[in-house]
Design a protein around this ligand. Sequence first.
Ligand code: 13P
Length: 236
Amino acid sequence: MTADTVTMTDNQDLRRQMVETCRQMNATGINQGTAGNLSVRTGDGFLITPSSLPYDRMEPDDLVEMAFDGTYVGRRPSSEWRFHRDILRQRGDIDVVLHCHSLYATTLAVHHKTIPSFHYMTGVAGGTTIRCAKYATFGTQQLSDYALEALEGRLACLLGQHGQISLGKTLESALWLANEVETLSRMYVQALTLGEPPILPDDEMERVIEQMRRMSYGQAPDLDGINDIARPRQAG
Ligand code: 13P
């Protein structure tokens, strides 16, 4: 990508919305410090947060325009650009990737626990579980490969000894899901203090997910595309 195909001032509205979403990640308590990152698909690539810049100091022009071949214009992109790139490239059903180290999701992730269907809301991530990806060093291709595996047929996953990833068609739905994953994680951690809770059977979860799809339940209309995830979307 060359400076004449993408300029720093492209997508100003989207850049502003991304900064606002990042600040909401902090305000809702799912993110702090320089943890977390966010990306959104654009016409021919994606916009991603820069590495190591606290969100309260981030401005729209700090967002980095990346192409699917990993070239970029602007500041140094998030160290996690590989999993953002790979998820956006493989998952035609979503346009937003949000990563954070929210407290309760990470509490489960440090124990490599999958969230089971202990509560019907587990279905908002598109299946009977929210899986935990195997551990790999941050910023590596291995971590991206493990994340893609854990996200198969899902809109969210935990990352072993690291955090969580939530996906959406919009910034709003990805942020909503990240908060839901955090709430479910908190409920599950608390439920575990009384022992392993009973799990809803798969046929009930099928009904729940069908009901969510039919009703566009909460802010999870993204479930519409969840059965089509094998269909990769070509890089622009
Ligand atoms: P970046 O600041 O490079 O995005 O890293 C934060 C993070 O959460 C790494 O997983």
